[in-house]
Design a protein around this ligand. Structure first.
Ligand SMILES: NC(=O)c1ccc[n+]([C@@H]2O[C@H](COP(=O)([O-])OP(=O)(O)OC[C@H]3O[C@@H](n4cnc5c(N)ncnc54)[C@H](O)[C@@H]3O)[C@@H](O)[C@H]2O)c1
Length: 250
């Protein structure tokens, strides 16, 4: 049990990699709060965790809304007494939009993927400071490290912001005993909002640039999150962990 007795909040935990993270954290002993827009999918993840003997709650969260963050952090403390781990995972893809200079797409990507993480840290860190420390894992992407010719640059910009906000928060809150790291998934199962990156031909082309020669599994990202969230990573902060089959190494 690598996070026994800890309380974790996972944004976007109702689906995809966030659901895998919530389940893995719970199976390793954490009490888990899932925040997402998807209420019925969130309830299903809670049920799956409870059926395995774990503890979980769902609360509706729109990561763009400051009031929602204030409420979900308060609810986490009401449910489970504290907040030890925050995973800022909720996000949308930039691969469905046709016009790479579409301004509403830029605004949506920045508000969900970047402002959502900023607000999560704003309220999560305040609660962790009161409790004497914690660990934050922010989900960026390979797209936060390099540019790509098939997605709206708002996705790269928002994920780049996540990468560097992580380092800012690590620099600013080390003395508060709060560690902040980022995880950068590569080619994974498509997001709900994926467009071109869900296209088999595009995926095959991306795969040709992955040294391990396959796409990743949600659980493989969840294990990286678990490591950084756990005390096994007690001297790691401001770091970025690429879970990409070697994509960024080439
Ligand atoms: N799938 C990939 O290929 C891939 C690769 C690199 C990084 N990522 C990143 O990993 C994270 C998880 O992606 P995924 O593949 O599980 O995608 P997904 O679409 O399966 O899950 C994203 C979750 O975020 C939630 N969400 C979206 N907007 C929200 C909002 N405003 N407020 C609250 N919740 C919201 C969704 O409802 C969903 O449950 C994202 O940040 C994504 O950018 C994904």
């Amino acid at each position: 049990m690598r996070v026994a007795g800890k309380v974790a909040l996972v944004s976007g935990g109702a689906h995809g990699m966030g659901a895998a993270m919530a389940k893995l954290l719970a199976s390793e002993g954490a009490k888990v709060v899932i925040g997402d827009l998807l209420e019925s999918e969130g309830a299903d993840v809670v049920k799956a965790i409870e059926e395995k003997g774990g503890a979980a709650r769902f609360h509706r969260l729109d990561v763009r809304a400051e009031d929602d963050w204030r409420a979900i952090v308060a609810a986490t403390i009401a449910d489970f007494g504290r907040l030890d781990i925050l995973v800022n995972n909720a996000g949308i893809s930039g691969s469905a939009v046709e016009d790479f200079y579409d301004t509403p797409a830029w605004e949506a990507l920045m508000s969900i993927n970047a402002t959502g993480v900023f607000l999560g840290m704003k309220y999560g860190i305040a609660a962790m400071k009161r409790a004497g420390g914690g660990a934050i894992v922010n989900i960026s992407s390979i797209s936060g490290v390099v540019g790509q010719d098939f997605i709206h640059m708002g996705y790269n910009a928002s994920k780049g912001a996540v990468r560097l906000m992580t380092k800012s928060a690590a620099a600013q809150h080390g003395r508060d005993n709060i560690r902040v790291n980022s995880v950068h998934p590569g080619l994974m199962p498509p997001m709900r909002t994926s467009g071109r990156t869900a296209d088999p031909q595009r995926r095959a082309e991306m795969l040709s640039r992955v040294p391990l020669g396959r796409s990743g599994r949600a659980e493989e990202v969840a294990h990286a999150v678990l490591f950084l969230a756990s005390d096994d990573a007690s001297y790691i902060t401001g770091a970025e962990l690429h879970v990409d089959g070697g994509y960024l190494a080439t």
